[in-house]
Design a protein around this ligand. Structure first.
Ligand code: NAI
Ligand code: MG
Length: 365
């Protein structure tokens, strides 16, 4: 049956970049006979305006049924004073929580044409292609007890790092499955030297690795990992880590390659009946109110998020590579949205011109 895709453009530049992704989706339907049953719905502030809630129950139900969800961005100044329970971000949090998306995938990929744009030396990042798998639903951000308590004559702030074996095991499996489709290397990062959860993390990942004899597993303390990521990032393929370390390491890795406007992500959950993982794809960036409505938004992060959907939800790895190749070709031609401008004298293209350029490059593949 035709694979299904739910599109949630959201707020701010979300709908602007999603228009360009729709062009790409249409291209694959027309030129590669890759058809999707596409539906579109509201999330975030847009959903609040229509329904008084940042995610309608019907939208949530639809998200649970489709093969993949593609989201733009949520939030904006218009909604800043809303009660926390109906803030736009709550729509996104509910999607992640109800779909139980425990594996957050953040690639750090350096397109050749942007190697100069990195804050690191060109040869450190040229050709870089790594994937960080961050545990997203447990760990210190969720562990109990938590709170600020009275203790003697002062207060104490408490968070608890907590991981069960099954929580570690399932995200480790996601990382190993991913490594099987890539370069068969997983580096697991924790702090087993000082943390009990780290000791268990190391034990469970080692056990899971015995199911993947073709994948090489290594372990690294997360602080050394941060250093290695900046010193020599190309030594890695898949990095597997917990929620807290993953938050920091993935932001760090993101800046290896340049602009926020280039960064895709995926959040995956348990396999569904058809074997595909529950999946939400979204750019890393937010709704960018400072440039909304000006045609300045870079649509590449969202386009590359769709490329991840092709690869991880729709078994279309070749077409994902085709799309990534088209993006690379556009950048190699010197076509830049404003966020990618470093050099003087280059004038930026608009959001829709960038989308059109990707289509032209796809036509040339
Ligand atoms: P942001 O990511 O929206 O913007 C940060 C800076 O990067 C801005 O200067 C923006 O213009 C620029 N930028 C971001 N995406 C870009 C793109 N595609 N092309 C060109 N430039 C781009 O983060 P900020 O400003 O902290 O948050 C703005 C709103 O977005 C807030 O309401 C925040 O809560 C929300 N947000 C939503 C996220 C999501 O939907 N997943 C993630 C982060 C923030
Ligand atoms: Mg962060």
């Amino acid at each position: 049956s035709t694979p299904s895709l739910l599109i949630l453009p959201g707020d701010g530049i979300g709908p602007e970049v999603m228009v360009e992704v729709r062009k790409v989706i249409d291209w694959f339907g027309a030129k590669r006979d890759l058809k999707f049953e596409v539906s579109e719905d509201l999330v975030g502030g847009a959903a609040y305006d229509a329904h008084g809630a940042p995610l309608h129950d019907e939208t949530m139900a639809k998200a649970q049924e489709v093969d993949a969800v593609l989201l733009g961005a949520v939030g904006g100044p218009k909604y800043d004073d809303l009660d926390f329970s109906v803030k736009p971000e709550r729509g996104l949090l509910r999607l992640r929580k109800d779909m139980d998306l425990y594996a957050n995938l953040r690639p750090a990929q350096c397109f050749d044409a942007l190697a100069d744009f990195s804050s690191l030396k060109k040869d450190v990042v040229a050709g870089l292609d790594i994937m960080i798998v961050r545990e997203l639903t447990s760990g210190v951000y969720f562990g109990e007890p938590r709170g600020i308590f009275e203790e003697g004559n002062e207060r104490v702030g408490i968070n608890t790092q907590r991981y069960t074996e099954s929580e570690i095991e399932r995200v480790a499996r996601s990382a190993f499955e991913l490594a099987m489709r890539r370069n068969r290397k997983v580096c697991s990062m924790e702090k087993a030297n000082v943390m009990e959860s780290g000791i268990l993390w190391r034990e469970v990942t080692t056990r899971v690795s015995s199911d993947y004899p073709n994948v090489e597993l290594s372990h690294m303390y997360a602080d050394n990992g941060a250093m290695q990521l900046v010193r020599a990032p190309k030594q890695f393929d898949v990095i597997l880590t917990d929620n807290l370390f993953g938050d920091i390491l993935s932001d760090c890795a993101a800046m290896l390659t340049g602009s926020l406007g280039m960064l895709p992500s995926a959040s995956l959950g348990a396999p569904m009946a058809n074997g595909r993982p529950k999946a939400l794809y979204e750019p890393v960036h937010g709704s960018a109110p400072d440039i909304t409505g000006q045609g300045k938004a870079n649509p590449i992060a969202c386009i590359l998020s769709f490329a991840m959907a092709l690869r991880y939800s729709f078994d279309a790895g070749e077409d994902a590579a085709r799309l990534e190749g088209a993006v690379n070709a556009v950048l190699a031609d010197g076509i830049r949205t404003a966020d990618l401008l470093g050099e003087e004298g280059v004038s930026p293209v608009s959001t829709s011109e960038m989308g059109d350029a990707v289509i032209t490059a796809l036509d040339a593949t």
